[in-house]
Design a protein. Structure first.
Length: 162
């Protein structure tokens, strides 16, 4: 069976999307599902290309036993074809992805990450923590973990339906 390829996208690829990648991989390991998925993350801006994730994000994740080891990279055109589901962290990321999509197939793969969040209550953006304090990073962790669990449950339900 081919792997489901999922990609998380935020602005800088140093806070929200590398966290989502790490949390999703952590859940896969805990549930013995690593072979079923290929997980990646990118940013819509090139500003932090090649950098490690933000130290504040890594610190908060480590406090929850999650290791964030991704290096930032910028989305390329191939990414829209080489993934099955592309998860935008906020509306601005979503709009940029949609503008870059060339085909209806590419457009159809792009969804808002928090559309899977059972606690979203209509708030579909993962807040950008970059300019704020450590509390904002904890909030991002809570949202990302809750949403990744629901996303994995959703994808596994789809798979078992066959
Ligand atoms: P991210 O956070 O999109 O979650 O990686 C940000 C990181 C850097 C900047 C903005 C958001 N920045 O403006 O440099």
């Amino acid at each position: 069976m081919s792997r489901t390829r999922i990609m998380f996208v935020c602005q800088g690829n140093i806070c929200r999307s590398p966290l989502a990648e790490a949390v999703f991989n952590h859940l896969l390991t805990r549930r013995n599902l690593t072979g079923r998925y290929r997980v990646d993350s990118t940013g819509v801006s090139a500003y932090h290309q090649g950098e490690n994730a933000d130290p504040r994000m890594r610190q908060v994740a480590a406090g929850h036993d999650v290791v964030v080891s991704h290096r930032a990279r910028t989305i390329g055109r191939d990414d829209l074809d080489h993934n099955d589901i592309i998860l935008a962290m906020d509306r601005s990321n979503y709009d940029i992805l949609q503008r870059n999509a060339q085909t209806p197939e590419q457009r159809g793969r792009i969804v808002m990450f928090r559309s899977f969040d059972p606690g979203a209550h209509g708030q579909l953006d993962v807040p950008d923590p970059w300019y704020g304090g450590i509390d904002g990073f904890e909030t991002v962790f809570t949202i990302v973990e809750r949403t990744c669990r629901a996303l994995l449950d959703h994808l596994e339900r789809d798979t078992t339906k066959g």
